[in-house]
Design a protein around this ligand. Structure first.
Ligand code: ADP
Ligand code: MG
Length: 236
């Protein structure tokens, strides 16, 4: 037991001392838990992409993030790694309920995120689920209460928040909005606003998009606190 406590404390200290100017390029140089390091290794992720080396250190330190980088630049790991790590350092267990909610505009993208989460998170003990419809509300509902990390689409998530009485979000630590520009383009602003209304105010929020549009900053203003703006621009 003593050993476990030391491990968490050492990791926490390393995150606090992590130099944001260091421009870390290797996952092995980041203060990450054994389960995440092994998951990254097993998935053959070694070097961070630009958006990852900008966003992950800040996110590990608990900062709110507004991230923009084009499609294919590796935004998924930019939030998956901090979600796993920040819950791990919080010693999150099944009993703590929902710790992180990841919102995606489409079912297909949600499934892709879920697959990355399963791959990289395979050595963690968190429970993770998809809430994207396609199954009966009842079936989804039964599994919801046991989940630590959920990947969802806005409409379906809101349906559960409105209708699933026992669905607890009071402990939630992290909210991620992926493809925030598409979430807005597809007309989900009202649903996302309503979801955010249900969530605790004290939380970490990360918002990622392929573009920096006015619409995204509207969403950001509503959900982020003193965010770090992280953008990767294409070389001219
Ligand atoms: P985005 O969400 O920005 O469009 P993704 O997160 O879907 O980008 O990543 C795009 C591709 O790059 C995926 O195939 C993913 O596996 C790969 N990728 C992401 N990060 C890394 C990395 N650090 N090293 C190698 N490949 C990566
Ligand atoms: Mg993506």
């Amino acid at each position: 037991r003593k050993r476990d406590i030391d491990e968490y404390e050492t990791l926490q200290k390393a995150v606090e001392e992590l130099d944001l100017k260091a421009d870390t390029k290797d996952f092995s140089k980041l203060p990450l838990s054994q389960p995440t390091s092994r998951g990254l290794d097993a998935s053959h992720f070694k070097t961070l992409t630009d958006i990852q080396s900008k966003a992950i250190p800040l996110a590990l330190k608990g900062r709110d993030i507004l991230g923009a980088a084009k499609t294919g630049s590796g935004k998924t790991l930019s939030f998956i790694v901090p979600v796993l790590e920040n819950l791990y350092r919080a010693k999150w267990t099944e009993l703590d309920g929902l710790g992180a909610l990841i919102i995606s505009p489409t079912r297909e993208l949600a499934i892709q995120i879920f697959e990355v989460l399963r791959k990289v998170g395979r050595y963690h003990t968190f429970s993770a689920g998809l809430v994207i419809g396609g199954k009966s509300l009842q079936e989804e509902r039964e599994r919801l209460g046991r989940m630590n990390i959920l990947v969802c689409t806005p409409g379906r998530m809101l349906q559960h928040m409105d209708q699933t009485a026992a669905f607890e979000v009071d402990n939630l630590q992290m909210l991620v909005l992926d493809e925030a520009d598409r979430i807005m383009d597809m007309g989900f602003q009202t649903s996302v606003d309503a979801i955010v209304e249900h969530l605790p105010k004290q939380r970490q929020t990360m918002l990622f998009s392929a573009t920096q549009t006015k619409k995204v900053s509207d969403l950001a203003r509503l959900s982020l606190r003193d965010p770090e703006y992280v953008a990767v621009h294409e070389a001219a």
